[in-house]
Design a binder for this molecule. Structure first.
Ligand SMILES: Nc1nc2c(c(=O)[nH]1)N[C@H]1C(S)=C(S)[C@@H](COP(=O)(O)O)O[C@H]1N2
Ligand SMILES: [Mo]
Length: 331
């Protein structure tokens, strides 16, 4: 099949079957060419990936284009999850614990005005308005796997830039060893914050070298558009080699510290959720295996579970960060 029709009526081109012409042909012309068989021979790999990145747009929110990232490992060849699935099957406990809650209730989130405060052990602390933060570095599109600790995964084309670009700008002090991400917790607009599912605000943390890794993305968009509220608008983190909960949504504060931050999930269940939370098929969650996963969208009768990959498939890029560590202990 050349074209896969998504639930929302728009089309994604199947990357393994796209030709380099996608670079310069408009989408409509390309589709015509595919239909009449004149689009040329199929090309896999980077050219296809690039074409896909520039053609798929759901047309739901404001466009936010990004150039194709040159960061090694930033574009997996897996077929992206349908936009409709990625924006309706979510974890965002501030809006409820059901997967369908965020899409139903996140519309009350107020994303304007929005500021992100940079504080703690940095030479240049300060407050960035969203617009300024967005202009701080060039937007890129990156197709990452995202795997939830619950055992499902998605493939999402995010738009943003390496968090490292921001970190370098604010100049961490020598004592800074960790970065803490504090997210929005507003009882008025986030019904879940009135309940006690987690300790609010939702907090996550990374070691400074993890935060500086070029794959760690400060994301402002997905599928070529600004982030839907349920996916963490207006700005979130995406750390593709860690379980999904490390990717905090709707960030309002980034704090540099000398002490390992305690995340909301660690506070809730320390024996189940560790600080590192690297995707690791050989280290089970105490109550279930992490060896395989279900790719959202592949849930038909014949769909096979996928084997979970070490560091979610990003081992070549990030394995060195954990050299010599006992990953059973530092889970
Ligand atoms: N603020 C906040 N961020 C959050 C969460 C949350 O509940 N609150 N859930 C996390 C979890 S468990 C996952 S799997 C991902 C889901 O991101 P997605 O809905 O965009 O796929 O967001 C993470 N970030
Ligand atoms: Mo998750």
């Amino acid at each position: 099949m050349l074209i896969r029709t998504l639930d929302n009526g728009f089309t994604h081109l199947n990357h393994s079957e796209i030709t380099p012409q996608a670079h310069y042909l408009g989408r409509r012309e390309l589709l015509k060419g595919l239909a009449t068989g004149t689009a040329g021979l199929a090309l896999s790999g980077w050219a296809g990936r690039e074409a896909l990145a520039q053609t798929a747009r759901p047309g739901v929110l404001a466009p936010l284009p990004g150039s194709v990232s040159a960061v090694v490992g930033a574009n997996v060849m897996d077929k992206p999850t349908a936009y409709k699935d990625a924006s309706s099957y979510n974890n965002f406990y501030e809006f409820g614990t059901d997967k369908s809650d965020p899409a139903k209730y996140a519309h009350t989130l107020k994303t304007q005005p929005w500021t992100v405060e940079i504080e703690g052990l940095v030479k240049k602390p300060g407050r960035y308005g969203l617009e300024d933060l967005m202009k701080l570095s060039a937007m890129e599109e990156r197709v990452y796997r995202l795997r939830c600790v619950e055992g499902w995964s998605m493939v999402i084309p995010w738009v943003g830039y390496s968090l490292a670009d921001l970190i370098k700008r604010v100049e961490p002090q020598p004592g800074a060893k960790y970065v803490e991400f504090i997210t929005q917790a507003d009882e008025k607009t986030m019904p879940g914050v009135r309940g006690g599912a987690l300790d609010w605000p939702y907090v996550e943390g990374l070691r400074l070298d993890e935060a500086l890794h070029p794959l760690t993305l400060l994301a402002f968009g997905m599928y070529g558009e600004v982030l839907p509220k349920q996916n963490g608008a207006p700005v979130r983190l995406v750390v593709p080699w860690k379980y999904g909960f490390k990717s905090g949504k709707s960030i309002v504060k980034i704090r540099f510290t000398d002490k390992q931050p305690r995340s909301s999930w660690e506070k809730a269940a320390p024996q189940e959720y560790g600080f590192y939370s690297n995707v690791n098929p050989t280290v089970d969650h105490p109550r279930w295996s992490q060896a395989s996963e279900r790719r959202i969208g592949e849930d038909g009768l014949l769909a096979k579970k996928r084997k979970t990959q070490m560091f979610n498939g990003y081992e070549a890029q990030v394995g060195q960060l954990y050299a010599g560590m006992d990953l059973k202990k530092f889970f």
